[in-house]
Design a binder for this molecule. Sequence first.
Ligand code: ATP
Ligand code: MG
Length: 143
Amino acid sequence: MAIERTFSIIKPDAVAKNAIGGVTAKLEAAGLRILASKMVRLSEAQAKAFYVVHKERPFYAGLVKFMTEGPVVVQVLEGENAIAKNREVMGATNPEKAAAGTIRKDFASDIERNAVHGSDAPETAKEEIAFFFSTAELAALAR
Ligand code: ATP
Ligand code: MG
């Protein structure tokens, strides 16, 4: 298995409920290394651009409002098979369907306010990392 990088967001609901540590603990316990991490407040334009793939979906406007309601933590995670592993630790989009012990099972409120984002493929991981972190920033943090 290859060492991969993926991109994660601890969403405003999880930050508001003091779950930054709880979420991060589950990521680290799964063998994912936090390569880069920062707290930011998304602008409306950033949230719209980040989730542009969903722009025709009925939940798009609500999703943009939610993602801008408070600070988020954006992270680059590294590890073996990191993209799939992160998706596994996150659990299903709908927390009612998320497996026991997953981040969404333990910290999400509903299908919208679901605690975390994780890239779903190598190409999106690359794009999403570049959306928030410069090459120089990542190079300075590499271990
Ligand atoms: P993410 O892309 O945030 O990692 P995901 O890949 O599990 O989540 P997507 O289908 O890409 O799920 O949806 C993106 C986000 O939009 C979801 O995480 C959730 O916050 C919101 N969302 C998805 N489906 C719905 C829905 N039916 N109603 C409300 N919000 C939704
Ligand atoms: Mg998605």
